[in-house]
Ligand binder design. Sequence first.
Ligand code: AR6
Length: 181
Amino acid sequence: MKTWTIADRGLVLMQGDLTTMRVDAIVNAANSRLAGGGGVDGAIHAAAGHDLLQAACREIVADIGSLPAGQAVITPGFNLPAEHIIHTVGPIWRGGSENEPGKLRNAYLNSLKLAHAHNLKTIAFPAISCGVYGYPVEQAAQIALTALREGLEQGLVEEASMVLHGDAAYETWLKIADTIL
Ligand code: AR6
């Protein structure tokens, strides 16, 4: 684990399982239909209680329709240690010509803004779009860490953590963090 202080707030990089985080909100790397899936989304559904979370997600989609990439919505955390789940949709990597960087940046910043709007102080993120959605990890890390730094400078939350799955991912993110933080 490594921590940086930015405008008196914390930015944490760690290796671990997002579903075990005892924070005000964990962020889910969801799909536009909030339909559940594999990866971190599947792990969050399993740990939160699949039926409870699916019912909450269905209500949101019935209300607002599909969630475009870069946007975020919130549900309770149900059986998770985290109190809330912020669901955001990262871009599917299509080579970089479809504003993937802008959408990925928005996914982080809009999650932080939503946390702020709900008066949440601590938030933990997975590496959005870095699994099934195929985003090149080093580029994603640069965008994510820059967005988190900006959000902390704006005072949106007290502490933002990146929870990376596996040592290799952690080492990659650490390398990028050391170049830009
Ligand atoms: N804790 C932390 N990180 C995790 C965990 C975990 N428990 N499990 C996986 N990861 P992905 P995406 C990492 O594929 O690329 C789903 O089906 C994983 O190693 O979960 O945004 C959704 O429903 C990777 O680095 O999300 C969507 O359809 C990162 O989380 C689609 O996948 C993100 O990988 C979203 O794809």
